[in-house]
Design a protein around this ligand. Sequence first.
Ligand SMILES: [Fe+2]
Length: 157
Amino acid sequence: MNIETYELIDKETIKSVLSLVKLQDNARWVKHESNYGLNGEVGDYYALFDNCMSQDLRYLLIEIAPDHAPLELLKIVVNHYRPGGYIPMHIDAGAGLGCEMLCLTENVGQGLKFVEDDKEIFIQDKSGYCNKFKKLNTIHGVDKVDTDRYSVVFIFR
Ligand SMILES: [Fe+2]
């Protein structure tokens, strides 16, 4: 599989992360449009970059970051999809040399879609679980959500 899913942290830790994320002032977030879809479409979601988040959140995320040896952690981004938010099928523009996505929420029907051997595969979000990209050029996306979805992207070099 181009994307491998495993449990990274327990639900209690996820709760701490999520409550810190929700405390972040609106001004720290940016509307994120750097990943264009395969047909040039633009997604609708918000991003909180590690250099814009509070220090306690940044330290906590660094502490729980996956071990992606031999690569090292380069960047952390929290993504927030508000109701109606989505990201079209795309290949990451800034995934560094390694990329993992941690789910902070789990709502039925919400998750990552990706393409493997011309087939679309859906991974249901499970909070505390991480989706590790084994192939960085994997086409992936998130369908329109009807409740808030939060995830953390860890980028390695
Ligand atoms: Fe992506």
